[in-house]
Design a protein around this ligand. Structure first.
Ligand code: UDP
Ligand code: UDP
Length: 319
């Protein structure tokens, strides 16, 4: 269920019912979700469990998968730096062997396959904002490489299967995404700041705090992915919100919206942190008719509500 997933490690495989064929493109898809629960959570899918057109399989895509489907949303891979660096070899395997298996599956059943690639393929970009034509500036041996280079190989595999075997491919390059139902301890910046502010802890801005990111709300992201899957363009296409913020600005915004009394502190950063990131979304606009609708100031409170519920910390009246 792409709509239910705000993290990067779930697969969504959709298949229509066998008959009648006009239903093939109707709303009556059957959905098979595949997850190894490394970062995903069954809780996020609980409203679908037991639904007659929904199946959930515990499976790791580094192993072959035999199912009959028409579309594959290949979203697998931890997307938070702390999770992907925790087991970098597994991250590479997921991107390389996992993508190979999904392409083998697509080839066997004739399915269209969409890969969620990443803005990380641009590395620490020397062009700004980033257009799809930019080849990137990536350290091949750094601590982020399992993810950056892994996704770059995944894109290569997609295009090689497309050229060699005629597989129908779609590639989205996702820029930082956030929203309700993210893992509270995901470790990425938006969930960290919101959880910290709700708990009354200092917001940890990693030095220097002038580095930028562009944050896309999850429902906009899902809308973009579905449009890309349904359209005629292979991509890669950037899907992200061009609103660009420094990490210090993000901290100040979260502080203002969630709890103006919390402190902001500067902490040490990790190696190879990209200094700037902002998508050029001209392709998504022109080819998919897509652009994000939810601004950061609109999206943050929706995430705050969900985090408060899960952390059982109600909002104070005077905030
Ligand atoms: N594969 C899979 N499900 C399928 C078909 C293939 O997981 O329904 C895997 C298969 O195990 C293989 C990979 O996809 O490791 C690539 O398959 P392909 O047919 O392209 O390559 P080959 O099996 O010829 O090496
Ligand atoms: N960051 C931060 N505080 C945190 C976590 C992250 O200031 O508690 C910074 C990090 O240094 C990076 C940016 O936020 O510059 C985005 O990091 P994140 O891990 O969310 O995703 P990335 O874009 O690096 O994959």
């Amino acid at each position: 269920m792409a709509k239910e997933s705000s993290n990067g490690d779930q697969h969504t495989i959709t298949r229509p019912p066998p008959t009648p064929s006009p239903l093939r493109f109707s709303k009556f898809f059957q959905v098979i979700a595949v997850d190894n629960y490394f970062t995903g959570s069954k809780d996020n899918l609980k409203k679908w469990i037991g639904h007659p057109r929904f199946e959930l399989i515990r499976h790791d895509v580094t192993q072959p998968l035999l199912v009959e489907v028409d579309q594959i949303y290949h979203l697998a891979c931890p997307a938070s730096p702390i999770f992907y660096k925790y087991n970098p070899v597994k991250t590479i395997k997921t991107n390389v062997i996992g993508t190979l298996n999904m392409l083998g599956l697509a080839k066997r059943v004739g399915a269209r396959i969409l890969l969620t690639s990443t803005s990380e393929v641009y590395g620490d970009p020397l062009e700004h904002p980033q257009k799809e034509e930019y080849w990137g500036n990536v350290n091949p041996i750094g601590v982020r490489s399992c993810y950056d280079e892994g996704k770059r190989v995944a894109e290569t595999l997609m295009f090689d299967y497309h050229r060699q075997h005629g597989i129908e491919i779609r590639i989205a390059r996702i820029f930082n995404t956030y929203g309700p139902r993210m893992n509270i301890d995901d470790g990425r910046v938006v969930s960290n700041f919101i959880a910290q502010a709700i708990r009354g802890e200092s917001l940890t801005v990693q030095a220097p705090g002038t580095q930028t990111r562009s944050f896309c709300y999850v429902s906009d992201m899902v809308d973009g992915l579905i449009r890309l899957m349904g359209g005629d363009h292979t991509g890669p296409i950037n899907i992200g919100n061009p609103g660009e913020f420094t990490m210090m600005e993000l901290a100040e915004t979260v502080k203002e919206l969630v709890d103006p009394t919390v402190q902001v502190k500067i902490v040490e950063n990790t190696p190879d942190d990209p200094r700037q990131r902002k998508p050029d979304i001209a392709k998504a606009k022109g080819l998919l008719g897509w652009e994000p609708k939810i601004t950061l100031r609109e999206g943050l409170p929706l995430m705050e509500d969900d985090f408060r519920q899960r952390l059982a910390v109600p909002k104070k009246q005077n905030n």
